[in-house]
Design a protein around this ligand. Structure first.
Ligand SMILES: Cc1cc2nc3c(=O)[nH]c(=O)nc-3n(C[C@H](O)[C@H](O)[C@H](O)COP(=O)(O)OP(=O)(O)OC[C@H]3O[C@@H](n4cnc5c(N)ncnc54)[C@H](O)[C@@H]3O)c2cc1C
Length: 508
């Protein structure tokens, strides 16, 4: 039997037959990599996903996180599994070798994430840390890189992302957390953050939180926001851990799903002693945060894909086992053998719909990640520009479409299971609860729509959007003469024409 988490062959199909990623290995940047090496990543990811990541999904959900004496405790089974995941280097597959990562193309990192992200409650601690370390790698001073980055990439210290406040969710310009400059160049922070994934946990000995705040006297709105690094334990010059920083965990949210992921309220500077270091330049906080948003949003698409993929495969397996009713042709014969429900046309309809959407969002997410790889590896400037344009326009679509579709796929998986699908003995109800959050964080899907229409469609006076349409046009042309897909090519052409009309409407 194939895996119940991801379809190995379908992943390979997108990587090698659609995207032809072996061409990436001809570039200088990825010249040291090969298909064999990528296949080894896939085999290893499958193994640890099946033996470690998936088995702790239900237990993590049942046990959830606890706040005791001001400290967050994650589910017990996460400790061993986090250590195995961390030691395997799974969160740094595409991180640069200079920073201690393995340097594979991003699309290979994404492929491995597809194996793990169904259990974001567990692996989220590690991936959020890598995201925070990326920020330090891109914008940190040498001293900050030395102090924090290596330990974070190794997963020995944790990281997170502190943007949201009680009065500032989508509207980040309203944040009130305040930073006060100190004579030694550091800052003191005061304020409250909410909904912070991994704001605290007991998996790592230290946690480094990038926090958005406004320096006293800086202008209102997003233009006045800076970003700071706030360690849980202040790091001494020799690398040892010093005093506990002045912030507390006010509570953890009791959510619909992702029970293993601690969603924290954080109070900074109740005693006026919350130490913080600026990351990058003052008042550049939003710019710093948003430069990495593209990859973070594609990451959420992969998280959605992971839940959709596992839900679909569980639904297929269940439909092959569950006997109910007779075959359509034997409907009137009460003695006819009971058949697996996969024989019923309505069940097949649901499964085919799920399969089509899972494969669609996989292609979309991998394609967007591959565009980022081409941008980073090609010497051909025209190609780089084309890929940048496509990546920019597709990113909000990738995040919003994948998370909306994934929710519907998990819901359909419950439908395929009938009443059992609603019960906690089967994992599909948890897939649905967990995946719902993906349409909310990293910018709600409504915000992705605003980004697409308000910003991306008009980027470079509409040129980026036109480049995407041209690429679609080329694909349609290439398929017009091909038996079996001619009709589909015409459907895509019609959809592209509608898309162009909508684009023109918003541009005018
Ligand atoms: C499980 C979970 C984990 C999270 N982890 C983190 C984290 O690690 N770090 C962090 O900083 N935050 C985190 N968040 C917070 C998340 O980013 C916010 O919930 C999100 O940005 C939305 O903010 P909000 O909840 O205040 O909703 P609101 O901003 O109040 O939005 C409510 C609704 O109004 C819509 N809306 C709001 N403004 C507009 C507008 N201008 N135009 C059109 N529609 C609008 C939204 O799309 C949404 O549908 C997390 C949230 C959840 C649920």
């Amino acid at each position: 039997m194939g895996s119940l988490i991801c379809d190995v062959r379908d992943q390979k199909f997108v990587l090698y037959e659609i995207l032809k990623i072996e061409d990436l290995f001809k570039t200088q940047r990825f010249g040291a990599y090969s298909r064999d090496m990528c296949d080894m990543v896939q085999d290893g990811a499958k193994k640890i996903a099946e033996e470690v990541i998936f088995p702790s999904l239900a237990e993590g959900d049942r046990e959830g996180c606890r706040l005791e004496n001001g400290s967050v405790h994650v589910p017990k089974c996460f400790h061993r599994n986090y250590a195995l995941f961390r030691e395997g280097g799974w969160t740094t597959i595409s991180t640069s070798p200079e920073a201690g990562g393995q340097g594979f193309p991003l699309v290979i990192g994404m492929m491995s994430e597809e194996w793990f992200m169904h259990n974001f409650g567990l692996v989220g601690y590690a991936y959020l840390t890598t995201g925070a370390a990326h920020l330090i790698e891109a914008y940190g001073a040498e001293s900050q890189k030395k102090k924090y980055m290596e330990k974070m990439y190794k997963g020995l210290w944790g990281g997170n992302m502190c943007l949201t406040e009680p009065g500032a969710g989508t509207d980040l310009g309203s944040i009130r957390t305040k930073a006060v400059r100190q004579p030694d160049g550091t800052y003191l922070l005061q304020g409250a953050k909410q909904f912070i994934s991994g704001g605290d946990q007991d998996l790592t000995e230290n946690i480094v939180s990038p926090v958005l705040a406004r320096i006293e006297g800086d202008p209102p709105g997003t233009a006045g926001i800076s970003i700071f690094l706030v360690p849980k334990y202040i790091v001494n010059d020799d690398g040892s851990l010093g005093r506990r920083n002045d912030y507390t965990i006010g509570g953890i949210e009791h959510k619909l799903g992702l029970h293993g992921s601690a969603t924290c309220q954080m109070n900074f500077g109740d005693n006026g002693e919350c130490y913080a270091e600026i990351l990058g330049e003052e008042r550049q906080g939003i710019k710093v945060m948003f430069q990495l948003m593209n990859e973070a949003r594609v990451d959420v698409a992969v998280e959605s894909l992971a839940s959709a993929s596992i839900a679909y495969l569980h639904a297929v397996a269940y439909a092959k086992e569950r006997l109910q009713g007779s075959a359509l042709e034997d409907m009137k014969n009460p003695r006819a053998p009971r058949v697996p429900i996969i024989r019923h046309p309505d069940v097949r309809r649901m499964l085919i719909w799920m399969k089509a959407h899972v494969e669609g969002i996989r292609a979309l997410a991998y394609y967007t990640a591959w565009c980022i790889d081409v941008i980073h590896s090609t010497d051909d400037n025209a190609r780089k520009d084309t890929c940048r344009a496509i990546m920019e326009v597709l990113t909000p679509i990738c995040k919003a479409f994948s998370s909306d579709v994934a929710f519907r796929v998990t819901e359909t998986a419950i439908q395929v299971h009938g009443g059992y699908g609603c019960c906690s003995e089967y994992p599909v109800e948890q897939f649905l609860r967990d995946v719902k959050m993906t349409s909310i964080y990293e910018g709600t899907n409504g915000v992705q729509a605003l980004d697409l229409v308000g910003r991306k469609l008009s980027l470079k006076k509409g040129l980026y959007f036109m480049i995407l349409l041209e690429e679609i046009q080329k694909t349609v042309q290439g398929c017009r003469g091909v038996t079996g897909i001619k009709d589909m090519a015409e459907d895509v052409q019609d959809a592209a024409n509608n898309l162009a009309e909508v684009g023109l409407f918003f541009a005018s």
